[in-house]
Design a protein around this ligand. Structure first.
Ligand code: PEP
Ligand code: MG
Length: 836
């Protein structure tokens, strides 16, 4: 072992004082020969050490270099060992970098990091290093490499620096991650040394972790102190930053309290667990373990730490990640087999890459924080791999980044982020900055029982998918969601738009009871779901499902769907890595027709753009994609997308079934005329039957000119999600405005009324396939406005049907008339008395 080698190192064999070499290569060769002589490596290791120099830099910093062999030559290592050559005159390692201590290493990766830890600790001690570069006593070098970390730091840490200011924490929720990082930024920008002390504990404010570890709560008194250049002014400035955050902290806490105080229908906890308020996106209550999903971009702040501490932190993180990977490999092997586990094996091997570890330590020695240094090292190496243009190596780059994130999470739990592949086995609450529709589409519903996102809006496509999957979901919960500790227990209340944290046993029991009660009601509604939605005075409303794939049809029908009112075909493009061919599309449309067995199917032509971006189409980036080349606008510009889809649809129609085609994002009559003409050309070419061609009404302009559009469209289907977005000028994904993006706004309802009136001019029917159709109260209003078809996520069907069956048309019409005359969405909502 390393220890043995070092304790025996008083012999000149392992430490060569006052060495001489003709240059760097000679020095490396000598180090290699010493390792061979010590029996640590087989002959040939010197060549491997030299070869490494051409692919990686082994200068660690502060006059220390660490030559070692290539990873692929590990077989030459017999046992761990190090040798030291002391060059008092110095050897130029790289231009401008002079090495005085050349530490030759023969070690596997575990020992490699141990050695680097010791060296990095040493590097901090400039005076000692100077002495070691010139001493005649090899034992001093052995002791320096062998000794343990100085213990003095902790004792002196609790002392204040020269200038002090006391401050009573007045952030209502104490010092949490966001203000702490603002303190960190300020401390890093300061010319003076700063310290924050609470009782016997103190922290360097440049370290986010150290600050958070103080666990400061409102009312705690802390002493801020400073020393060094302009200490007084620097302390005043730091104090200014600290107190300057108070107003915002208080305002945030008030907002949260307001949200908490709002009356809620439904479940309320027994006690008062911590709560994060958001906007409800998919109903229901879910209990699970928090899993924070990696955002596409990771922000790792550079928080320098003491090198010894940093080395230990890195080492521990690597050890823990190896254990985690081992568990993952075992689990995957059992569940899916060794083939699937191989990916994680390959990832685990990347942890042993000594270049990666060396580069991290070099960055730490340069003064960077551990997490930052590791992240940089991973990113740089991943970049090198992917820049080679070799797909195999590019995949390794992705693996490296993946495993790199696991290590990061171990270094700093605040960076604890996961991927969709490593969801914990327990029922899990997926927490993410935002979820892309394709992420949501592939969620493992056996594992994910609830979703909470920091961003997003209730009508975003991810929210729609969550409703389809029946996963309770809260959006727009804010950044604080992302700092939740992975593994904590949380309750997602998708009805009230709240996330409750670390609930008590009593809360959990009450939530479980609520879930059971809900389930019983759902089962009761479902018992009736097969019956049509006929009002008490005999008006029948067609009830259809919004589904995208044939394999969802059986469930939609089982829920009481009488057909499909919206098949969003863009998901065929989003879910797979390339554009589906005409034949592939044909198979899917045909599959859907067959699954519906003669029931109506409305297939919507591609609606790409807005929040549905398809990377493999390489479309130009737009400033405002929701106002850009989206839906019909894209189809009109891209016959390569439109034509194969229309051909596939007409081929499918030719084999029977009740198919209609619908175009999204229509704004004007000429768009519709052009698209219709193209449909007719393709139909004629294929000698296919005529099928109804309808349009979505989702742009206010279309609602306003619906009387003109009705002359050219066989039917309308109102997309209330987009109609709300465009009528209210609220981005459907904007979390700040999510609660205002209310489809019950009288402006939206009046546009729907105009649409119904326009359609009537040409005897066209009007359906609604946006989210409002799936809300029982919304559905009642829409029927009152004259809508005769409602299409929704399958799970919403039983409750909507039940509501309509309990109503009569005059009452619904009276309700609609009142809603049209209302001033605000809240006034409309207040008209909801439960039943009609
Ligand atoms: C809508 O906008 O309401 C709609 C149904 O279309 P999508 O949600 O797919 O944009
Ligand atoms: Mg839409």
């Amino acid at each position: 072992m390393l220890q043995e080698v070092l304790s025996a190192s008083a012999t000149d064999d392992l430490i060569r004082i006052n060495a001489r070499a003709t240059g760097k290569d000679d020095a490396i060769r000598q180090a290699g020969q010493l390792l061979v002589a010590a029996g640590c490596v087989a002959a040939g290791y010197e060549d491997s050490m030299l070869a490494r120099e051409s692919v990686a830099n082994t200068y660690l910093g502060a006059g220390v270099a660490i030559p070692h062999g290539l990873g692929e030559d590990k077989g030459l290592v017999r046992r761990d060992g190090i040798v030291v050559l002391q060059f008092p005159e110095g050897i130029e390692w790289n231009p401008g970098q002079i090495a005085h201590l050349v530490v030759g290493i023969a070690a596997n990766s575990d020992s490699h990091i141990t050695i680097l830890r010791r060296l990095t600790r040493l590097i901090q001690d400039e005076a000692r290093l100077k002495l070691l570069a010139t001493t005649n006593d090899p034992r001093l070098i052995a002791q320096a490499l062998h000794g343990d970390a100085p213990q003095a730091a902790a004792a002196e840490a609790a002392e204040d620096l020269a200038e002090t200011i006391d401050w009573v924490v007045d952030y209502p929720t104490g010092l949490h991650a966001r203000p702490a990082s603002a303190w960190g930024e300020a401390a890093k920008a300061s010319t003076a040394a700063l310290r924050v002390r609470h009782g016997a504990e103190s922290a360097d404010p440049r370290s986010l972790i150290a600050l958070l570890q103080l666990g400061l709560r409102a009312g705690d008194t802390v002493t801020l102190s400073a020393a060094g250049k302009d200490a007084k002014a620097a302390l005043a400035a730091f104090h200014g930053v600290v107190t300057g955050l108070t107003a915002r902290e208080k305002a945030d806490a008030e907002r949260a309290a307001e949200k908490a105080a709002k009356p809620v229908h439904g479940w309320t906890p027994v006690g008062a667990p911590q709560m994060i308020g958001g906007v409800s996106a998919s109903p229901g209550l879910a209990i699970g373990t928090v899993h924070v999903l990696a955002s596409a971009e990771l922000h790792v702040s550079d928080v320098p730490v003491d090198l010894a501490q940093g080395g230990a932190l890195l080492n521990d993180a690597l050890v823990r990640t190896r254990a985690q990977m081992k568990a993952l490999i075992d689990d995957t092997t059992r569940r899916l087999g060794a083939g699937d586990a191989a990916i994680f094996k390959a990832q685990a091997n990347l942890l042993d890459d000594t270049d990666l570890i060396t580069l991290t330590c070099q960055l730490m020695v340069e003064g960077h924080g551990v997490a930052w240094a590791w992240h940089q090292a991973v990113e740089r190496m991943a970049h090198q791999l992917s820049a080679l243009g070799n797909p195999v190596l590019a995949a390794r780059a992705a693996d490296l980044q993946d495993v790199g994130r696991r290590v990061l999470a171990q270094i700093d739990p605040g960076l604890s982020i996961g991927t969709l592949e490593d969801l914990p086995p327990a029922p899990c609450i997926l927490v993410a900055e935002d979820l892309s529709p394709s992420d949501t589409a592939v969620l493992d519903t056996n594992k994910v029982v609830g979703i909470a996102t920091a961003l997003g809006g209730p009508t975003s496509h991810s929210a729609i998918l969550a409703r389809t999957l029946g996963i309770p979901s809260v959006v727009a919960g804010g950044a604080q969601l992302l700092s939740l500790a992975a593994g904590a227990t949380a309750i997602v209340d998708g009805d009230a738009g709240r996330v409750w944290l670390n609930p008590s046993e009593a809360d959990l029991a009450s939530a479980r009871a609520w879930i059971a009660e809900r389930e019983a009601k759902r089962i009761a509604d479902e018992a009736e779901r097969g019956r049509p939605a006929i009002t008490t005075d005999g008006a029948q409303i067609a009830i259809a499902a919004n589904i995208n794939r044939p394999d969802q049809a059986a469930f939609a029908l089982a829920q009481g769907g009488e057909g499909v009112g919206l098949m969003r075909t863009e998901f065929l493009f989003l879910e797979q890595g390339d554009t589906p061919t005409e034949d592939e599309q044909f198979a899917i449309y045909r599959g859907m027709i067959e699954a519906l067995d003669g029931r109506p199917l409305i297939v919507r032509a591609l609606d790409i753009g807005g929040d549905k971006q398809v990377p493999h189409l390489d479309l130009p980036k737009e400033e405002n994609p929701f106002l850009g080349v989206r839906g019909a606008r894209l189809l009109l510009r891209r016959p390569d997308l439109l034509d194969p889809q229309l051909r596939a649809l007409y081929r499918a129609a030719a084999l029977g079934g009740d198919l209609s085609i619908m175009f999204p994002m229509i704004t004007s009559v000429p768009e519709l005329i052009t698209l219709r003409a193209r449909c007719e050309e393709i139909r004629a070419e294929l000698n296919a039957p005529v099928v109804p061609i309808g349009i979505m009404i989702e742009v206010p302009a279309a609602a306003v000119v619906s009387h003109a559009l009705a002359a050219h469209a066989d039917f309308f289907s109102v997309g209330t999600n987009d109609l709300t977005q465009y009528a209210l000028a609220i981005d459907r994904q904007n979390p700040e405005l999510a609660s205002e993006a209310d489809s019950l706004h009288p402006a939206v309802l009046n546009l729907i009324a105009m649409t119904v009136a326009g359609a009537k001019k040409h005897n066209r029917w009007v359906g609604v396939c946006g989210g409002l159709a799936g809300d029982p109260f919304g559905a009642a209003l829409l029927v009152g406005l004259g809508v005769t078809e409602l299409s929704m996520t399958p799970r919403d069907i039983p409750a909507v049907k039940a509501r309509l069956r309990a109503s009569d048309m005059p009452a619904l019409q009276a309700l609609a008339a009142k809603a049209l005359a209302a001033e605000t969405a809240a006034d409309v909502r207040a008209l909801n008395t439960g039943a009609l």
